[in-house]
Write a protein that binds this ligand. Structure first.
Ligand code: KPL
Length: 309
């Protein structure tokens, strides 16, 4: 089985390290990285591995045989341009696997790409340490499915391949619900910590906590309108609140991905995380002033940073 992994960020490199001993794997970036790469396991073991790394431009010149799967592991807002960069070298029937947060690129590519489009959502923890290292900080669970439930067998094949490689994965028929549930948590935590420049656990301070609860109130109503059940049986708003605070407690020491993006002067996933909520609130005529305020503040912050760089 051949896997191409488009986007050598933390999840992309983690996938490449885990799959490489079992399958034919190529990691594709905008620029070349050292082929000798190191994975630090959750147990602290350092494993060096020679990975096949190339660029989209080199693929156009080499014209290799098409892969069984193209995993897109870029940030949400760069997934489509990344696919565009290799679209000329793969048949349009090639299965895609989308690993993005939010709910932006998943419906767009499901609609636009002729071949199967699988979506993955994962709680694996990983971060990069420079050009040649990735740390697998914590093991998690990965769920795979497609939005129209037409590719269950393919999702099952991929889930088995990933699990065999050490990434515990399950094929599911409710991936839309799982993507929105993760989006809810990301929307309640990421914009606030990115704007305040704080670690997740600092949201427990009273003034931040009141804001989190106000955001969760809006999110709970939107989820209800979208038909997305909370991950437990408690009364809906309470269930969403409990879940968000559980994630805050479990990740208290983390710098959320959006804060890392702000600190590194990269564009954030604002559009993919807040965008679908704002769009849904407008469509269902629900209140969204907390979410809109976060969106606006992040837009200003990103614009201010871009003008300085
Ligand atoms: O997924 C996350 C992120 O950082 O993007 C959370 C759950 C907020 C943990 O930090």
């Amino acid at each position: 089985m051949t896997h191409w992994i488009l986007g050598p960020g933390a999840i992309g490199r983690l996938l490449a390290h885990l799959l490489a001993p079992h399958a034919d794997v190529t990691l594709i970036g905008r620029r070349l990285l050292p082929v000798q790469q190191t994975l630090t396991t959750p147990e602290g073991e350092r494993l060096a591995q020679h990975l096949s790394i190339t660029t989209a431009a080199a693929l156009h010149a080499d014209k290799p045989p098409p892969p069984a799967f193209v995993h897109i592991t870029t940030k949400a807002m760069t997934a489509e341009p990344a696919l565009e960069s290799i679209a000329g070298v793969i048949p349009s029937t090639t299965p895609l696997v989308l690993w993005q947060n939010g709910f932006y690129v998943q419906p767009r590519l499901t609609h636009a790409w002729p071949g199967p489009v699988l979506c993955a959502t994962t709680t694996e923890g990983a971060y990069l340490t420079g050009e040649d290292g990735v740390v697998h900080a914590g093991r998690g669970q990965t769920f795979i499915g497609d939005l129209n439930n037409q590719h269950g067998t393919l999702a099952q094949t991929l889930a088995e391949a990933l699990s065999h490689a050490g990434l515990s994965s399950t094929a599911v028929s409710d991936i839309r619900q799982r993507l929105w549930q993760k989006l809810a948590v990301n929307a309640a935590i990421n914009p606030l910590v990115a704007l305040q420049g704080i670690r997740n656990g600092e949201l427990r301070q009273a003034d931040h906590a009141a804001r989190v609860d106000a955001v969760v109130k809006e999110i709970a109503r939107i989820m209800h309108a979208e038909g997305i059940a909370p991950p437990s049986n408690a009364r809906e708003e309470q269930a969403w609140r409990d879940w968000v605070w559980q994630v805050v407690n479990n990740t208290a020491n983390n710098k959320a991905s959006m804060l890392q993006d702000i600190e590194a002067n990269r564009p954030t996933e604002r559009g993919a995380i807040l965008g679908p909520l704002l769009e849904s609130a407008k469509r269902h005529r629900l209140t969204y002033q907390e979410l809109a305020a976060l969106d606006q503040a992040l837009t200003h912050k990103e614009a201010a940073q871009a003008s300085l760089s």
